[in-house]
Design a protein around this ligand. Sequence first.
Ligand SMILES: [Zn+2]
Length: 150
Amino acid sequence: MRHTSLFAPPGDVPCCLASVLDPTDCTCWRRVVAPHPTTQVQAGPSPVRGRRCGDCAYRPDSPERQANDGDRPRFVPEHVFYCHDGLPKTVAWVHPSGAVRMADEDDDYAPIIWSGRVWQADGRPALVCAGWAADNRGYYAARDRPGTPR
Ligand SMILES: [Zn+2]
């Protein structure tokens, strides 16, 4: 997701075509992530995390659930939800002028996504969220229960 307050640094406008029209639309900023992601991803399945992580979106007190009136994240069977553990995270933004903006709470993880799957920064397949996996098991158990209409 693009950061909403990455305006062109004063004195450097116009730095790009977009900033000619509106400095708040500057497209020069580049994301800096850590850990630095590899270009070599490993084969193999994405393991399911054994337990929910410390700030799992499925925990009742998570910011995601607080923002959603306490409801669990919406379960979509074909959209696997991955744990953020080991994913590259935005730590800063740099502008060609030399300006640096440190990441804040609006910044996000920047996972390696390839062929619809997610990998950790070191190239291992990302862990499937334990909360999502529990919903997934429940969904298929209910769907496959004898007598359930198809
Ligand atoms: Zn610019």
